[in-house]
Design a protein around this ligand. Structure first.
Ligand code: VGL
Ligand code: ZN
Length: 202
């Protein structure tokens, strides 16, 4: 069972959104073009309450992209994004969602952020995705989406550590910071995570 996990292809991460990922909209047709090559498709949505701890607006005297310490770990403060139930939290309108089997939402807890589709950033709470996939006997996961160097990367890392065979689909993903992504790619390859382009499925 080849399974595609599509991370956070949501309006607020698009070039005209509140936390824009450069060229984020360019991945939508790429993802749509490979969508029929998988046996199972799961998507995630970043889904925050308005009083979420990762929003700079919820911290006195802090600005967007400041880094604070939260539960003993660094936490970047972001512009308000993907607020539950808003237009910005919706999938990009052109994303073909018809055959998504399940949608996992993350970052729903006010007091902790969750970049990964599997765990919150403190690794205290699971989303249940590992159990969902393991119960179906799935071993092979392909990842794409936004942002490549944040939520896609942390999802791949957790999946790899849970024992899944992982592949990052590079041209179906875009990063907030491409220099950072280059470093993470080397790290992923060194671990045994594969990197491919969408043409390899066509
Ligand atoms: C993301 C920053 C904050 C992402 C989510 O989807 O990569 N980045 N929340
Ligand atoms: Zn977020």
């Amino acid at each position: 069972m080849k399974t595609l996990i599509i991370i956070d292809v949501q309006n607020d991460f698009m070039p005209n959104g509140s936390l824009p990922v450069p060229l984020g909209d360019k991945i939508v047709p790429v993802i749509n073009s490979i969508n029929n090559k998988f046996d199972l498709i799961i998507a995630t949505q970043d889904w925050h309450p308005l009083n979420h701890v990762s929003f700079a607006t919820n911290h006195k005297d802090k600005s967007n992209f400041d880094v604070i310490e939260l539960h003993g770990k660094p936490q970047t403060l972001w512009p308000n994004h993907c607020v539950e139930g808003t237009e910005g939290a919706e999938f990009h309108p052109d994303l073909n969602t018809k055959n998504f089997e399940a949608i996992f939402r993350k970052g729903t807890n006010t007091s902790i952020d969750s970049y990964s589709a599997f765990y919150d950033n403190g690794h205290l709470k699971s989303t249940g995705l590992t159990g969902y996939l393991k119960e179906k006997g799935i071993t092979e996961l392909y990842f794409c989406g936004l942002a490549a160097d944040i939520c896609v990367y942390f999802s791949i890392l957790d999946a790899f550590n849970e024992g899944f065979n992982c592949t990052f689909i590079e041209d179906a993903s875009k990063a907030l910071d491409n220099v950072h992504l280059d470093k993470l790619k080397q790290e992923m390859v060194a671990k045994g995570i594969k990197i491919v382009n969408s043409e390899s499925f066509l």
